[in-house]
Design a protein around this ligand. Sequence first.
Ligand SMILES: Nc1nc2c(ncn2[C@@H]2O[C@H](COP(=O)(O)OP(=O)(O)OP(=O)(O)O)[C@@H](O)[C@H]2O)c(=O)[nH]1
Ligand SMILES: [Mg+2]
Length: 258
Amino acid sequence: MTEDSTQTCKVVLLGETSVGKTSIISRYTTNSFEMNNLSTSGASYANKPIELKKYNKTIKFEIWDTAGQEKYRALTKIFYKKASVAILVYDITKKQTFNEIKNYWYNQVKNSTSNEIIIAIAANKSDLYEFEQVNEEEARKYAKEIGAIFFVTSALNSSGIDELFRAIGCKFVDKEYDYEEDDEGNVNNNNNNKDEDNNNNNNKNDDDNNKNEDKNSKNNKKNKECNNCDINNNNNNNNFKLDKKKNVNKKNEKKKCC
Ligand SMILES: Nc1nc2c(ncn2[C@@H]2O[C@H](COP(=O)(O)OP(=O)(O)OP(=O)(O)O)[C@@H](O)[C@H]2O)c(=O)[nH]1
Ligand SMILES: [Mg+2]
């Protein structure tokens, strides 16, 4: 891979305190999660490279974690001023955290940075969907209006995290997000179904897995053409849909496609 094919992308995570910014970064960079994170004071930095094999690109993500508490807001500004990407995180169980994205964070980012900044919205804590206070469709509609990438995520169970960063990477290099590449850039026919795959590996023999792979591969093709199912591929590269219930309990869910 040549130097030209490697690009550095500065990403900043913003949002109210306790929405899960630090947890998303830990999950993404070290695949770890803590139930009782200390609230961030100031800011911290992590990095992770990803390969977009299909496009012969490597992206070095420089990821800045910021403090959500109001008293740190002035300091936080320094970190989003030079960012290429801002991920605005809200907690799906706290309406106020979504309102603050609309009323505060989005405006701050737009007014303080260049127009080219890529904005992504992470609807985090999807594992707590029983307590959801923010209508997902409303959030998705808002993301579309502002031209933001939208992903439902859970730092606790990993759902949507790799996908969020891959989609950001693709947009950063001006390419279509490829649903079939996994985090290592390998083509993966089961990318909607990681947990289901694990369950299959535990519970079934190899023959069953082969059959499931065929099925999933077909389902993936179907989903890419379907607006109402697991993934919404309506030719709008900014708006991605994961089935939030599947995030939590993939084991018992069947993939559905109209
Ligand atoms: N159930 C669940 N809990 C989560 C998730 N993400 C984070 N948490 C928990 O929510 C709490 C706050 O998470 P943090 O990652 O520290 O939140 P933050 O946005 O970094 O907060 P500040 O640093 O104060 O701005 C922690 O107790 C996490 O364990 C998630 O996806 N699901
Ligand atoms: Mg934090």
